[in-house]
Write a protein of this length. Structure first.
Length: 479
């Protein structure tokens, strides 16, 4: 029942993190690129093994971890995110004076936590995975120790993260007090009894779980940490947490609510309906007024969490499949957009305001074209993956009878078009006032942009295969 062989991808990621720490002690020059190379090789190896686990239905550690298509899909996504983050980080951390080996180790350890978030089938496993990834990301957020903003963002993230973890833990304690178990299967079996659906202590526990997950995925009103933490953290870390932490939290959110708490759907769907509507409206409206591009992308991330909640509210086959599809698209287009910000950014937080992008297209046309692609995809313009993802989500809402919520989502997307297009206008409609880069676009960063750009376009042109995989993955949930 222990069966460590099922956790081979996680073990590879963990060992890679330890190897990187040891290799960082080596004295020769150029070891920093070696550390990144080892990190990428480790994640790619783990990805290949993860893909080989497709169609497995196994459990390990006495039912606390499950290897199924749902966990395999998400683990593959996390490993892709980790690989792209390392590629984007190679030049950035050297330029920012934070070229330390533990940076890559922390990214790998956070990914290790992400993977257990997706495969955890016990509330204790999910909580421990959440703490593993959170501790790593707290440190990464404050990795620029010479920057007061970075220190402030890490401190805020730590305090509010601990606060949200307390909500989650109290929710788990309440559920354990009622059921006498924290295993998701046992909780689902308890809820098969009619009387259990009205237990006030259990309902309170469910509400606390909702608050805890709400903090992690950054939905209104649990979003307050997001803009400050995104702005103050190193930009590579911002990109990593914007996609990785959100996807991992949604993976656990889906497993707990779509499978275990499905009998209580009548209680939590109206709450999610309200949260989705408020999150979409607030995130898109406040993003309009932002001058810092990282803060703008932070409010954009809040709004996108609202779109995913729309699919959760719909709850039908198309809605559940579109969540997994959209998280993949969101990860690629968001990493791509942050990748351009990482390339353009200079020391002392130069080139981080939206107006700093004046005339970028005249100096770096390919970089501007890539940024335009990612922004248009975030806005939901065809033929990008973002358009297809939103189309599936809103279609699921309409077919589920939530027409009003679909209308709110469409209106939110229309508002978002303004602040995304504003950056494109600055890049193409103004003359350049300065030099943006000190040299050519770094090779590794360019490779990450090419991968994300190709993925964004392909997911918009040929979405059927990925949507089929997403549907197949979530159909395994709880079975």
């Amino acid at each position: 029942m222990i069966n460590l062989s099922l956790l081979t991808p996680e073990i590879i990621v963990l060992i890679t993190a330890l190897i990187v720490l040891i290799l960082d002690l080596l004295p020769w020059r150029g070891r920093k690129v070696l550390l990144a190379t080892v990190g990428v090789l480790g994640t790619v190896g783990a990805l290949l093994i993860t893909m080989g686990q497709w169609d497995l239905r196994e459990e390990a550690f006495y039912g606390m971890v499950a290897i199924d298509n749902f966990s395999v899909y998400f683990k593959a996504l996390f490993l892709i995110i980790c690989t792209l983050t390392i590629l984007l980080s190679i030049n950035y951390i050297t330029r920012g004076g934070i070229d330390l080996g533990e940076y890559y180790s922390l990214v790998l350890l956070a990914t290790f936590g992400y993977m257990f978030m997706a495969s955890g089938t016990d509330l204790i496993t999910i909580f421990l995975a959440l703490e593993i990834l959170s501790l790593a990301v707290y440190i990464l957020a404050g990795f620029m120790r010479h920057s007061p903003k970075s220190n402030e963002s890490a401190f805020k993230y730590f305090l509010l993260g601990a606060f949200s973890s307390a909500f989650l833990l109290y929710g788990i304690a309440n559920i354990y007090g009622v059921v006498g178990n924290t295993n998701l299967k046992d909780i689902a079996q308890y809820l098969s009894q009619e009387a259990a659906l009205k237990n006030p202590l259990f309902l309170a526990g469910m509400g606390l779980l909702l608050v805890g997950f709400g903090f992690k995925v950054a939905i209104v009103p649990f979003h307050m940490w997001t803009p400050d933490v995104y702005e103050g953290s190193p930009t590579t870390v911002t990109a990593f947490m914007a996609v990785g932490t959100k996807a991992a939290s949604f993976a656990a959110f889906l497993r707990v609510f779509f499978y275990t708490l499905e009998p209580l759907k009548g209680q939590w769907v109206p709450v999610l309906w309200l949260l989705a509507a408020v999150t979409i409206i607030f995130g898109n409206t406040v993003a309009i007024y932002q001058k810092n591009i990282k803060r703008m992308l932070a409010y954009s991330a809040i709004a996108h969490a609202g779109y995913i909640l729309v699919a959760m509210v719909a709850g039908n086959d198309l809605g559940s499949s579109s969540i997994l599809y959209y998280l993949l698209v969101y990860s690629l287009m968001n990493l791509g957009a942050f990748g351009v910000v990482i390339i353009v950014e200079k020391k002392e937080e130069e080139n981080l305001t939206i107006s700093d992008y004046r005339g970028l297209a005249y100096k770096h046309p390919m970089l501007s074209a890539a940024m335009s692609l990612f922004l248009l995809s975030l806005a939901g313009i065809p033929p990008t993956g973002g358009f297809v993802g939103k189309f599936y989500i809103f279609s699921a809402a309409v077919s589920g009878g939530y027409v009003g919520l679909a209308i709110i989502g469409v209106l939110g997307s229309a508002i978002a078009l303004y602040y995304y297009l504003r950056i494109i206008v600055y890049m193409y409609m103004y003359d350049p006032e300065k030099e943006f880069l000190d040299g050519p676009v770094p090779f590794f960063s360019a490779a990450a942009l090419v991968i994300t750009a190709i993925g964004t376009i392909l997911l918009g042109i040929t979405p059927a295969r990925i949507l089929e995989l997403a549907h197949y993955s979530i159909s395994y949930l709880g079975h």
